[in-house]
Write a new protein. Structure first.
Length: 149
């Protein structure tokens, strides 16, 4: 297994803070009250997770687009077409209330992981990409699952 460079690992883990924070505020009334009074009500519980999850799926579309630039011809067209799917998923599938939105974000992040795997199989990602993506996706899905249960 290729080790993940320190900067991507630390930044990736830092990117989990809104997901973890949202899950923690669902379990703790005092923490939720603190967060709502300090940061505002949209920065606690599922609200922070759902909004941030949509942002991250859109961001990851850009990352995949960048990987697609390493290709040419039909593979490039396929890469570009696949790269926009996470952003479109976030846009169309995160309405309908917190449980529905969280469920759809879980499917979006799992679908993104499959796209990551495809791009890695095509040799477009760094060798450490999949270990990082599996770790981050597992934590995101676990945090979003708190909303669904």
């Amino acid at each position: 297994m290729t080790s993940i460079p320190r900067a991507p690992l630390l930044l990736g883990l830092a990117g989990l803070i809104p997901f973890v924070w949202g899950a923690l505020t669902l379990f703790s009334g005092p923490l939720s009250a603190f967060g709502a009074s300090t940061f505002g009500p949209r920065f606690v519980g599922p609200y922070v997770q759902l909004f941030y999850g949509s942002v991250i799926l859109s961001f990851m579309s850009g990352v995949l687009w960048g990987f697609a630039t390493k290709t040419t011809g039909a593979q490039a067209a396929t890469g570009y077409a696949l790269s926009v799917l996470p952003a479109l998923w976030a846009f169309f599938m995160t309405g309908g209330g917190p449980v529905s939105a969280a469920t759809n974000l879980i499917f979006g992040f799992l679908g993104l992981l499959m796209l990551d795997f495809a791009f890695a199989r095509w040799g477009l990602t760094p060798a450490w990409w999949m270990p990082l993506r599996v770790l981050l996706t597992a934590i995101v899905v676990a945090c979003l699952s708190v909303v669904v249960i």
